[in-house]
Design a protein around this ligand. Structure first.
Ligand SMILES: [Zn+2]
Length: 289
């Protein structure tokens, strides 16, 4: 790593829950520094690395190499996501803001389809790539620092961004203020209640032992500060001024195969009919309340 970081210092301590403000917090995984709020069940890294340390690690120019290698598959993934967002928005076009726009593949596609696009991004290397590859001028930094005019977007998207930000509630409140009346948000995050964790949860129940299920955050890898279950994400959206319309599964696979598509189809059908969401990633659409 050019930044020289090998491990993160966990120097920043949170004393309350970002979702509900609760102050009774329990450790659920000491090795990975994951705590849970006793009131609402929100799980998050605490203590956690500082934003400066995280930013230094994410601006590693090599961090996006695998995205570039997978670009063809990723285009398909982004098309499916845009299709879904457009259906949720009722087929209309307008102004679209993508928070954490990465190298701009999604925004470039939306622009091709007639959307007026804006993006924010914290990684300087991603901003450079978006400029070079798509002539997109992304706004550097967190959404709250972007100083965008209130009520100026019909759609705001956060594709696997909320698990990275220091305050999900603050990001969503800002997104809410940026939406026009009746505007819509699309949020996708990894699903902390995905089917893969069920056998381990059962084992824990049967053996009555604590187990370590979270990976510690490491420089040079994706830093997830929050772990969302569907009920927690729904509560968070309510509390930040949204009316969730649909909770489904995000088709997050950069190289879709018949197996991944079948899996997404099945978990979506299960979520629709039973409300049980076992997909690897959640996708929630919500209107500004
Ligand atoms: Zn809470």
């Amino acid at each position: 790593m050019e930044s020289g970081l090998r491990t993160f210092a966990h120097e920043e301590v949170l004393t309350s829950c970002d979702v509900c403000g609760g102050i009774e917090l329990h450790t659920v995984d000491a090795r990975a520094h994951v705590m849970e709020c006793a009131s609402c069940g929100y799980r998050f890294v605490n203590p956690r690395p500082t934003q400066a340390d995280i930013a230094a690690a994410s601006s590693d120019p090599r961090a996006y190499d695998h995205w570039l290698r997978e670009e063809e598959g990723r285009k398909l993934m982004w098309q499916k996501r845009l299709d879904l967002a457009e259906r949720a928005a009722g087929g209309r076009r307008g102004r679209l803001l993508d928070v954490g726009a990465g190298i701009g593949t999604f925004l470039a596609l939306a622009r091709e389809r007639g959307w007026e696009v804006t993006g924010t991004e914290v990684s300087e290397s991603a901003i450079r790539l978006a400029r070079k590859r798509h002539s997109l001028e992304l706004i550097p930094g967190q959404l709250q620092e972007a100083r965008l005019p209130a009520g100026s977007f019909e759609v705001v998207t956060l594709w696997h961004v909320l698990e990275h930000v220091p305050s999900p509630s603050s990001a969503l409140r800002t997104a809410n203020s940026l939406l026009s009346p009746g505007g819509m948000i699309v949020v996708a995050v990894p699903n902390d209640a995905r089917a893969m964790v069920l056998p381990r949860r059962l084992k824990r129940l049967l053996t009555r032992t604590a187990y370590e299920r979270y990976e510690p955050v490491v420089p040079g890898q994706e830093v997830h500060l929050s772990h969302f279950r569907p009920d927690v994400l729904r509560r968070l959206l309510h509390r930040t001024g949204f009316e969730p319309a649909r909770v489904t599964v995000d088709d997050q696979y950069p190289k879709p195969t018949s197996w991944t598509s079948a899996r997404v189809g099945l978990t979506r059908a299960l979520a629709r009919t039973t409300g049980l969401n076992l997909g690897n990633s959640l996708l929630v659409t919500a209107h500004r309340a």
